[in-house]
Design a protein around this ligand. Structure first.
Ligand code: ADP
Length: 854
């Protein structure tokens, strides 16, 4: 049975009052078996049944269709009525009545609302019946229609039920769908939201990337693997000096790259496009326009399509010129550090060594790997450890420690003098994180400094000795000073200076001075002779220095002592320096001895030689001075003698001339000659008396005869007298009209005033006056003579009072001996007064003297 038939059976069963309908059909027709059957072209199936004859059919039972009259009803779609099968003409031979045991039969077709044949409403009875009449047929047709109607209703109902179910299903599905849709929507919304966020992030990231690219000195590039088309961002184009809007080829790109890197770069390109390797390479480029060279770093990435082929080769190009420069700088710095003569060491603030250059290895003996990570105290002597704390404290405060001289210890324990410069090492934030130390080995410098110090000291000694001995003009004193100084300088136990001298008779003899030992220690011994040891010095053959003279081959070769005489001071270290005069003549020798060996060094030789030459100059000066003093004395003696011898005849001449003059009658022509001669003789007398005064002063025999007198009167007399002889100059005397009584040698004071006024007139040939001022103050009388003449240069002021001194280049008419001021000065001095000059060259001079008023 098919599902459709089953549904049909159910549909019939669902017809309300179907049993009643079958009952009514049975009762109104008298048929005891009534059935509704679903008849298809293959089946006859019972749908509902009223069976009072125990036919035995139930709903769902099937009967053989071919055996059924209903088949004909189906085929003809017409009602079949058989009142009595035995006699019915149409069906008496039909197998059905016999087969199913009925005599009467009625079957009417039932159609679905669609007009489709459904089945039959049939009734049978074993007995004949009166069916073929309009009432029964009408009833059956009615029943069939009713069923059809119900069936229609059922169908509709069924349809509507189905639809309802369908609707419900649809509603349910819709609900599920809606729910899922809502969920999907939510998800979609969330996804969209996320997408929007991602997009926003992406946009932000992109903007940042763009910004990073722009500000980070970088640009983008790409190469199409198929067409080899190169795309470069503006940054790169500007970097290489290529127009922004022109196409560029791989070759053109290559042309800006440093030739030394092109092969490598081609290899990288090849590796990328053929072996699919990402790239990262650094190389220099040259700007096509400016020719500027820059370093770039190019990183490239490969992008693949769905088939696994390279779709794009692109990347970023970074301008790394500054980094490279820094790297170069760092490399240079590293090279400098490595090649530096100074030890360069860096350490943390805790003192842990972090770097150690070659010179540090050389200086301290530790290899880099031995000290890195160790504490700096490894090279600090124990007694200098506190220094480190001070240094680190300074450095921590961002201060530098400069040229700090100290000692450091090497691997071998020796200590070396160093000059340290320690600077703070700061991180990028400027925080001090360590210290870098430059250590300079100053051993040599120290030696040099010591030498320099020695040299300076020696120079100082030489200088001071030079000054002392050059100021000394006494030979013996010079010899002693030099001996003392040199013995002390050399650290000798004793020293001696032997000096050859020639006496007035031309005999040579030897002076000597000793230092370090009393003279008595030497007095027993003969003077050094031309022995093998002393000879070279006295012959001026050079310095002899011996660490142990007793081992010298020259030693002990001479009779009578063959070495040192008994009782001689023990000499082991020996130094002998010849002292020679400018002309090369040996004037003596300096000898030093010490009982211990190797006491004298080379520097001593130079020093003593230096002092020796100064000594020779000083001795020469002393000799010359001696000679000059002797000559001077002789000269003074001669002047004294000559003026004394001249004075008497000149006085006689003057006396005789005066007698002759007085004896001549007035108007005698000879008289004027006599007077002129007398004037010249007076001049001569003055000159001689001046020269005599000089001699007297020299010998200390200038007697003064003190008496009280009025200085003003003297000044007035002198002015008047000199005014008579002077036509051009007016002599002006200023005083406060009161006499000034002093106690002095009137003649000598007069002599002074005459001398000053005469000079004032003599040395002011272009002027017309001389002013004499006299005044008293503080128990002193002050007299000054002022002129307006040639004046005296400042540097001459002190000299003009010296004996025989005259200012150089004086005009010929200003004759003189240069003794007037000398005598005047001495006279005033001896009166316990003072004399000085104020003068300006070309302006005039004022000579002043002061005398005490007693
Ligand atoms: P002299 O015989 O040369 O004048 P003095 O002893 O009197 O000797 O003077 C010494 C020197 O001083 C003179 O030679 C002259 O050069 C200088 N002198 C002296 N008085 C004057 C003066 N009033 N003006 C310029 N120079 C003077």
């Amino acid at each position: 049975m098919t599902d459709d038939v089953q549904t049909d059976i159910q549909a019939v069963a669902n017809i309300p009052l179907i049993t009643t309908l079958l009952d009514v059909a049975s009762q109104t027709t008298g048929m005891r078996f009534v059935a509704i059957a679903r008849v298809t072209d293959t089946q006859w199936v019972t749908c509902a049944v009223k069976d009072e004859i125990n036919f035995g059919l139930k709903p769902g039972d099937e009967l053989e269709l071919n055996t059924m009259i209903c088949n004909e009803v189906r085929q003809c779609k017409k009602l079949v009525v058989i009142d009595n099968a035995d006699i019915d003409t149409n069906y008496k031979s039909h197998p059905a009545p016999a087969m199913y045991g009925f005599k009467s039969y009625i079957s009417t077709p039932i159609f679905k609302p669609t007009g489709e044949f459904f089945g039959t409403l049939s009734a049978i009875d074993p007995e004949p019946a009166n069916l073929n009449n309009s009432r029964v047929i009408g009833l059956f047709t009615l029943f069939a229609n009713l069923i059809a109607g119900h069936f229609n209703a059922f169908e509709r109902q069924n349809n509507s039920d189905n639809e309802l179910i369908k609707e419900q299903e649809i509603t349910r599905l819709q609900q599920i769908y809606n729910k899922e849709l809502a969920t999907a929507n939510e998800k979609l919304a969330a996804t969209q939201q996320r997408q929007a966020e991602l997009l926003q992030q992406l946009t932000g990231a992109n903007a940042k990337l763009q910004q990073a690219i722009e500000t980070g000195n970088m640009g983008t590039w790409s190469i199409d693997p198929v067409t080899q088309k190169v795309t470069l961002s503006d940054f790169i184009r500007k970097l290489i000096g290529f127009p922004l809007d022109e196409e560029i080829t791989v070759e053109q790109t290559m042309s800006v790259i440093d030739p030394a890197y092109r092969v490598e770069l081609a290899g990288v390109l090849n590796d990328a496009l053929i072996n699919h390797k990402d790239s990262d390479i650094e190389y220099p480029i040259t700007n096509l326009v400016t020719g500027e060279r820059k370093w770039v770093r190019s990183t490239g990435k490969l992008l693949f399509d769905s088939t696994g082929n390279v779709s794009e080769y692109s990347g970023i190009l970074l301008d790394i010129t500054i980094r490279k420069r820094n790297e170069d700088k760092q490399a240079m710095l590293a090279a400098i550090i490595e090649s530096s003569e100074d030890a360069i060491v860096s350490k943390t603030l805790e003192g842990i060594i972090t770097s150690w250059n070659n010179s540090a290895e050389r200086m301290f003996g530790y290899k880099e790997q031995e000290v890195i990570g160790k504490h700096i105290s490894i090279i600090i002597p124990d007694d200098r450890l506190p220094e480190e704390t001070v240094i680190i404290n300074k450095v921590s405060n961002n201060e530098r420690v400069e040229h700090f001289e100290t000692m450091r210890r090497t691997k071998w324990g020796t200590e070396i003098p160093l000059s340290l410069t320690v600077s703070p090492i700061r991180n990028e934030q400027g925080k001090v994180i360590g210290a870098s130390k430059i250590a300079r080995d100053i051993s040599r410098q120290k030696i040099a400094e010591e030498r320099l110090q020695n040299y300076a000291e020696h120079m100082e000694i030489l200088n001071s000795i030079g000054q002392t001995i050059s100021a000394d003009l006494d030979t013996q004193s010079i010899l002693q000073k030099v001996t003392d100084a040199t013995t002390q300088l050399t650290g000798a136990a004793f020293g001696a200076f032997f000096h050859n001298k020639v006496n007035e008779k031309g005999e040579s003899y030897m002076l000597y001075t000793l230092s370090g030992v009393p003279r008595s220690a030497f007095e027993r011994f003969p003077m050094p002779r031309n022995t093998n040891v002393f000879g070279p010095t006295f012959r001026g053959e050079g310095i002899v220095r011996s660490d142990d003279i007793t081992k010298d081959i020259r030693y002990g070769k001479n009779a009578p002592y063959y070495g040192m005489p008994e009782g001689h001071l023990p000499v082991v270290s020996y130094l002998a320096v010849p002292v020679t005069a400018k002309n090369g003549e040996v004037i003596g020798g300096l000898f030093f001895g010490h009982p211990e060996p190797a006491k004298f060094k080379q520097e001593h030789e130079q020093l003593i030689a230096g002092i020796g030459s100064q000594a020779s100059v000083a001795l020469e000066n002393a000799r010359l001075y001696q000679e000059i003093t002797t000559l001077n004395a002789k000269k003074d003696e001669f002047i004294g003698l000559a003026s004394h011898e001249l004075k008497t005849p000149v006085t006689s001449i003057s006396g005789y001339l005066q007698i002759i003059e007085r004896g001549l009658p007035d108007g005698d022509r000879s008289k004027s000659f006599i007077n002129k001669t007398l004037k010249q003789v007076n001049k001569l007398t003055t000159l001689i008396s001046d020269l005599l005064d000089v001699s007297k002063i020299q010998t200390g025999k200038l007697p003064l005869s003190y008496a009280e007198f009025d200085l003003v009167a003297v000044l007035a007399d002198v002015s008047e007298m000199l005014q008579q002889n002077s036509v051009r100059h007016k002599i002006e005397l200023n005083y406060n009209k009161k006499p000034i009584i002093i106690k002095a040698d009137q003649q000598r004071v007069e002599q002074v005033v005459i001398n000053l006024v005469t000079n004032a007139i003599k040395y002011s040939p272009g002027a017309d006056k001389v002013i004499i001022n006299a005044g008293v103050s503080d128990k002193k009388v002050k007299v000054s003579v002022r002129d307006f003449g040639i004046g005296i240069a400042e540097d001459q002021h002190s000299r003009i009072f010296s004996r025989f001194y005259r200012v150089e280049n004086l005009a010929s008419h200003m004759s003189g001996l240069g003794i007037g001021l000398y005598i005047s000065y001495e006279i005033i001095e001896r009166h316990h007064g003072k004399m000085w000059v104020d003068s300006e060259l070309g302006v005039g001079s004022t000579f002043t003297f002061e005398l005490p008023i007693i």
